[in-house]
Ligand binder design. Structure first.
Ligand SMILES: Cc1ncc(COP(=O)(O)O)c(C=O)c1O
Length: 397
């Protein structure tokens, strides 16, 4: 197998045989001619069921995550929803790490229970709690987000996989924050990886998309479950049955994002490391949450299971009003939700990305600010953040 950077550029994208175009044209067609009834000429009959631009993108995603098959979706949440539909039936339980994106939390906290699928959220950085929850609940699915959004918790994927597999559960990991450029959950024992490709994979804040990638040979039948067949086929069945498919232009954007993913993520992570260190020196900043800092409780684990620490940094300033004022005082950092773009973004998670968690056990600290580091000059970004903190402190005094 060639290296990540080589596969990112070449897998799923051969030159167009007709014209020699190095970048094949986007296939916009919704339908495909047949020479005989029921015999598609090149395997495609209707673009909900399959599309060449989507197939190329999915091949690249599968290759980079080192899975057998990938499915592309119109959003991260639709990828999550389809994977959960494929893996669970009414009565099945799901154990999940509760520091997850607000929309994911809503899936677990509202949607699944209404479908008769009880869910148990917990702090999965605590391996003993995770072990006890899995032992007691005997779930069908264990779901982790690591690094987590927005607290940047690091969870031990290999240990979680072992615990899940002991009771016949599947381990799903949301790899949005690390990306396959910095973490390969399937190699660590996870069964399925999901992504919001809206983030670093798209990389330019101009795409909403999702993906799911499956470990080779993953069978549905486990521990007394009589269903047969591959999980990837089951997920594809649900995707086609519910129509959860991305358009060809979005697939093309996602595929283009993959080609520069490693370079962008490396550069942004190097910058994030310096920014986290600079924030830690500011007296008003009470706590910086970045797994690349040696003082982060998950630093050693992150150093083992990741090859970089990501482009998101969160920090706490001890006061909700001050946190909001900082978000409103930057000039380079755009006050906006989302992350993983070439543009640096700042946001206030308690109200902007995670309001679904208010008043729950998983509520976000009210003094937390989250920044996503882009590709601007690191010195300019540090100056912008320190200036914003100074101005916010002055206006808040
Ligand atoms: C970690 C994580 N997973 C999933 C999602 C959901 O993805 P989307 O917004 O593309 O539906 C998000 C969105 O912010 C996220 O941050």
């Amino acid at each position: 197998m060639s290296a990540f950077a080589t596969r990112a550029v070449h897998v799923g994208q051969l030159p167009d045989p007709l014209t020699g175009a190095v970048v094949p044209p986007i296939t916009l067609a919704s339908t495909y001619v047949m020479d005989e009834v029921g015999v598609p000429r090149a395997g495609y009959d209707y673009s909900r069921s399959g599309n060449p631009t989507r197939s190329g993108y999915e091949a690249a995603l599968a290759s980079l995550e080192e899975g057998e098959r990938a499915l592309a979706f119109p959003s991260g949440l639709s990828a999550e929803d389809t994977v959960l539909r494929a893996l669970t039936r009414a009565g099945d339980r799901v154990v999940y790490s509760q520091d997850v994106y607000g929309g994911t939390f809503r899936l677990f906290n509202v949607l699944l229970p209404t479908e008769g699928k009880p869910t148990i959220g917990l702090d999965a950085t605590d391996t003993d709690s995770l072990r006890a929850a899995i032992r007691d609940a005997r779930p069908r699915v264990v779901w982790l987000e690591t690094p987590s959004n927005p607290l940047l918790d690091i969870i031990d994927i290999a240990t979680a996989a072992e615990l899940a597999h002991q009771v016949g559960a599947f381990l799903v990991v949301d790899n949005t924050f690390a990306t396959p450029a910095q973490q390969l959950p399937l190699k660590l024992g996870a069964d399925v990886v999901v992504h919001s490709t809206t983030k670093a994979i798209g990389g330019h804040a101009d795409l909403v998309g999702g993906a799911a990638v499956f470990v080779p040979g993953l069978e549905l039948g486990r521990d007394g479950v009589s269903e047969t067949g591959l999980v990837a086929d089951e997920a594809y069945w649900w995707q086609n049955a519910t129509g959860a498919v991305p358009g060809p232009f979005d697939c093309w954007l996602g595929h283009r994002g993959l080609k520069t993913l490693q370079t962008r993520v490396r550069a942004a992570s190097a910058s994030a490391q310096q920014i986290a260190a600079a924030l830690a020196l500011i007296p008003q900043v009470r706590r910086v949450r970045y797994p690349g800092l040696p003082g982060h409780p998950g630093h050693q684990l992150a150093a083992r299971q990741m090859t970089g620490f990501g482009q998101v940094v969160s920090f706490q300033v001890g006061d909700p009003g001050l946190a909001k004022a900082i978000c409103e005082s930057t000039e380079l950092f755009a006050l906006a939700v989302s992350l993983g773009a070439v543009e640096s973004l700042i946001e206030y998670p308690a109200a902007m990305t995670h309001p679904q968690k208010a008043d729950s056990d998983a509520a976000i600290p009210a003094d937390l600010v989250r920044v996503s580091i882009g590709l601007e000059d690191t010195g300019d970004l540090i100056a912008d953040l320190t200036g914003a903190i100074e101005r916010a402190v002055a206006s808040h005094a």
